[in-house]
Ligand binder design. Structure first.
Ligand code: DLZ
Ligand code: SF4
Length: 514
């Protein structure tokens, strides 16, 4: 009985559950389709990465002798949807059963749930076993807890998998070494160059297809250097472990003008597409600590991101969807300013982060959270528009990881389900953690007026505007006490400066162009 096994563009691993029992006579279907390329304004480099990695993965299956039915985005008759391509492939291959691993996003899972009925044959949707925590395990952990905190989830995972453990205790005696991490940048910091993979003939062809078909999508397609095979992704990981990991913790939150890569790993896109497995990244990092080539603060911080945060947000996403996508606790309604797409603003921090995002389909977590996300939070930008932006522009972004990070962590749109307080910050934070302010037209030391850093008055106006909703939050006690001490004139100035900036974001654009 020939089985059709569909592999999605972010399931590019030989260990994916849909291939588990593949037998001679079965066909693997992979399809590049307009619906998946177009449901967000995906960065051109993200499209190149996904399509090229898909084509390379198909080649690796064929090299094993597996029959692969591969539909390219340019193929005549391409229906434009995964459902349409499954339908066409069923009749082309005389399949009488479809096997697929559950989709990472609720949107597609919801469509796939109707396939059995609409396609009129059995559709076996299997669990995605590439994660360390199943949906059931997460739900069981969450059950009965008043609030869900990543730290406790992470400790359990460390114990369960025996990672960075010394018997029953965490390695070094602490679970978390963040007090040694997150240093402000020092002068002359020169991170190593990122690992580059030069495009081969397949990737060059994809670059051509994407330029032709998706030229209006966000971002630059020039200088594509991401890995598109598992071997190359492993080379990126190994280079990180040897060259960057030792400094990863210390400079984890630092931002330096014209240094987009810093000491970060840049492997999120490979983990999320299946080219790397979480446990191999975790094990290699732990081995570096045991071998004495990387310090515990760096290794623990890196492992926490993958074993803790990544799994935690996925658990929340699946527990809370589809309602989670519509949450807007702070009732934020302002449209996304155009400078998120163009980078044309006199706010140097934003302009830097948008330009790097446009060049690389990448920005590191503090650029995302404390610059781009923080502005959206302070300005009261509609979460749906902020989510759509983050989902499109980053090569690692899929909704399961993007939505909780943006709606929950960044915008407090879930009312504190994921984060205990909004991560709102004034210009002082950005000034401490970066050297952006030195090249900015605004002055971070000024609080009001045309030359003041907009993050300063926006911050206080944000707290003022949302005081009914937020002033009872115990973690915001101090800023609300400071706000209460401000004169009415000062509060008025914060409000009118904020209004001026937000009602005329082009003012910032004009200044940037001067
Ligand atoms: C992200 C993406 C893109 C851009 N294109 C495709 C595609 O053409 N075909 C495909 O199978 N998958 C693609 N993907 C990945 C899917 O969007 C991803 O599987 C879902 O969003 C679920 O995570
Ligand atoms: Fe950003 Fe304000 Fe610093 Fe300018 S002064 S770079 S706007 S934080």
């Amino acid at each position: 009985m020939p089985v059709l096994r569909l592999i999605l563009g972010d399931q590019l691993t030989r260990d994916v559950s849909s291939l588990g029992d593949i037998a001679p006579g079965d066909t693997v279907l992979m399809a590049e389709v307009r619906d998946e390329a177009g449901y967000a304004n995906h960065h051109k480099k993200k499209l190149v990465f996904v399509f090229s990695a898909m084509r390379h993965f198909a080649e690796s299956l064929r090299a094993e002798g597996i029959s692969v039915d591969y539909i390219r985005i340019t193929d005549d008759g391409n229906s434009g949807s995964l459902e349409g391509e499954v339908k066409r492939a069923i009749s082309r291959n005389n399949a009488d059963r479809v096997v697929v691993t559950e989709a990472g996003e609720w949107r597609l899972t919801n469509i796939m749930d109707g396939w059995q009925e609409r396609l009129g044959l059995p559709v076996d949707i299997r669990a995605d076993t590439r994660f360390l925590t199943s949906h059931e395990d997460f739900a069981a952990w969450a059950e009965g807890r008043k609030s869900l905190r990543m730290e406790f989830f992470y400790r359990e995972a460390r114990r369960r998998y025996g990672i960075l453990m010394e018997g029953k205790d965490p390695a070094g005696g602490q679970w978390n070494y963040d007090q040694e991490n997150r240093q402000p940048p020092k002068q002359g910091l020169t991170p190593p160059d990122p690992h580059r993979c030069e495009p081969d003939a397949i990737t060059r062809e994809v670059i051509n297809d994407v330029s032709t078909l998706f030229g209006d999508h966000f971002g630059s397609i020039d200088d594509f250097h991401f890995a598109v095979t598992r071997d190359d992704a492993l080379a990126v990981l190994d280079r990180f472990i040897h060259e960057r990991l030792p400094n990863f913790g210390t400079w984890q939150d630092a931002m330096v003008q014209d240094q987009p890569w810093m000491y970060h790993a840049h492997i999120g896109l490979y983990l999320n597409a299946g080219l790397l497995q979480p446990m191999e990244a975790i094990s290699k990092a732990e081995a570096a600590w045991r071998d004495g080539t990387a310090p515990l603060n760096a290794v623990e911080g890196f492992i926490r991101q993958i074993m803790g945060w990544r799994e935690f947000v996925r658990g929340i996403y699946w527990m809370k969807m589809p309602e989670y996508a519509a949450l807007n606790h702070l009732e934020a309604t302002r449209p996304l300013p155009d400078f998120y797409w163009t980078g044309n603003t006199a706010m140097n921090c934003i302009s830097q982060c948008v330009r790097e995002t446009s060049d690389n389909a990448y920005a590191h977590h503090i650029q995302r959270l404390m610059v781009l996300g923080n502005f959206a939070l302070l300005a009261g930008i509609n979460p749906a528009e902020v989510n759509a932006w983050f989902l499109g522009v980053y090569a690692d972004a899929y909704e399961w990881v993007e939505l909780p990070n943006v709606s929950g962590m960044t915008l407090f749109a879930d009312g504190g389900y994921l984060a205990s307080k909004p991560y709102a910050a004034s210009g002082a934070y950005i000034n401490r953690m970066s050297n952006y302010c030195r090249s900015c037209r605004y002055k971070v030391s000024l609080k009001n007026g045309p030359d003041a850093c907009p993050f300063n008055y926006l911050y206080w106006d944000f707290l003022d505007r949302n005081s009914e909703t937020l002033s009872g939050n115990p973690r915001l006690g101090m800023p609300y006490r400071n706000l209460a001490r401000m004169t009415p004139e000062k509060r008025q100035a914060n409000q009118s400066d904020s209004q001026k900036l937000l009602n005329d974001p082009d003012g910032a654009t004009t200044l940037a162009a001067e």
